[in-house]
Write a new protein. Structure first.
Length: 106
């Protein structure tokens, strides 16, 4: 038995196209919608604690929505997809915090 990742094939025997870019794009769209929901709850309705929970739920549901909408199937694909999303989120938070600090302190 060969060691390594197997390549999934479609009905014609051709390699299946990667679904990660489409799934990540859908997750980013869903995250954008959740940012708007957080703004609405935290700033307009003046419920900042609830806004934090809405943001957390929006992150989780947006990640799931992107994977489901993009066609991620199987445990291995979901794990790889989740790791990619975590890397994107950590980079966005890190770069956003850095930009905020530079804007605040010059």
């Amino acid at each position: 038995m060969p060691i390594g990742l197997t390549i999934d094939v479609n009905n014609e025997g051709q390699p299946r196209s990667a679904r990660y870019p489409r799934s990540i794009a859908w997750a980013l769209v869903a995250w954008g919608v959740s940012v708007l929901a957080v703004y609405l709850v935290a700033q307009v309705l003046r419920l900042p604690e609830l806004g934090g929970w809405v943001g957390f739920a929006g992150f989780l549901l947006g990640s799931w929505f992107g994977g489901a909408r993009g066609g991620i199937t199987g445990r291995q694909e979901w794990i790889i997809y989740g790791l990619m999303l975590m890397a994107i989120a950590l980079l966005a938070i890190g770069l956003g915090s850095c930009a905020y600090a530079m804007a605040l302190y010059g």
